[in-house]
Write a protein that binds this ligand. Structure first.
Ligand code: GUN
Length: 292
């Protein structure tokens, strides 16, 4: 069994990005600048956003964090987005999800300039991705493709089951893995909460992407020997033995599944760090696009 080490791989990618930034600096080109908007104080979202900002510093990007209160109105948020769209120094920005209930998420995502949409959530980028046109790929599926590529995991002709149909992970992952691309050409099944007899699908799968958000859902009896398992889940499970009062659990029961797997991602240290690295990669690309 080989661990797909997202921490190490993301560090390698960040090193590559840092070199690209140094080269830009040496040539007098613009330094990439990523902004992130967070609304409210959800603990997990704050952790993710602060990691994103910290990673910007690590690779030499400029970064801006816009921290808005929980009761921010949709209009106020749209106003902030418009300001970032117009700001010539900002190459790309993200609005951390989920958003509080008073704000229509779809309206917010549509307000982001597609050229600065480094999350790849705007319908223009989703459409381009679906049509195999160059676009910003959503960071989590993009990170999974990169991890599979760097570990030489074959996907062509393989049976893949993606569990979860979210707009951020499951849906784009299923599209990307079925496309004619280096990491792609797979036969993809997308499973969700209404899927009957899920284990019948997962037991036949060569590759499983678990992105449903239920702690330790996928167990050893649901997979075949030699499977590749990508765990996208990261749930806080109460644990009084931990100082912070919780532990982080993936969607995969690592203990039982790892005994049968050829390749598996750990949680933490698998998909999570890759997501951040790919957001940086998209931001570098957004900056490079503006050189032209
Ligand atoms: N919430 C969970 N994942 C993501 C992500 O990739 N981007 C943003 N903006 N919010 C998220």
């Amino acid at each position: 069994m080989i661990i797909l080490d997202g921490k190490k791989t993301s560090d390698d990618i960040k090193d590559e990005i840092a070199i690209a930034v140094q080269n830009r600096r040496a040539k007098g080109l613009k330094i990439p600048h990523l902004a992130a908007i967070i609304v409210g104080n959800d603990g997990a979202s704050m952790t993710y956003v602060s990691s994103k900002v910290k990673s910007c510093q690590k690779v030499g990007f400029n970064s801006t964090l816009i921290d808005l209160p929980e009761d921010t109105s949709e209009e106020q948020l749209l106003h902030e987005i418009e300001a970032l769209n117009k700001d010539k120094d900002i190459d790309g920005f993200i609005v951390q999800l989920p958003l509080p209930g008073q704000i229509d998420e779809q309206k917010v995502l549509m307000a982001v300039d597609p050229d600065k949409d480094v999350d790849g959530f705007h319908p223009v980028n989703v459409g381009k991705m679906t049509l195999d046109l160059p676009s910003f790929l959503p960071a989590t599926p993009f990170g999974i493709l990169e991890l599979l590529e760097r570990y030489d995991v074959e996907t062509s002709g393989k049976d893949v089951v993606v569990i979860g149909r979210s707009h951020i992970v499951g849906r784009p992952m299923s599209i990307l893995l079925s496309q004619k691309r280096k990491v792609g050409n797979a036969t993809v099944t997308i499973a969700h909460s209404r899927t009957k007899n899920l284990a019948e699908f997962t037991k036949k799968a060569d590759i499983i992407v678990a992105a449903l958000g239920i702690a330790e859902f996928l167990t050893g009896d649901m997979v075949k020997e030699g499977v590749t398992v990508i765990d996208v889940g990261i749930t806080r499970v109460p644990d009084s033995s931990k100082k912070r009062g919780y532990r982080l659990a993936g969607d995969v029961d690592f203990e039982s599944v790892s005994k049968k797997a050829a390749y598996i991602t750990p949680v933490p240290g698998g998909v999570g760090p890759m997501t951040i690295a790919m957001l940086l990669k998209n931001t570098l690309k957004a900056c490079e696009n503006r050189d032209k």
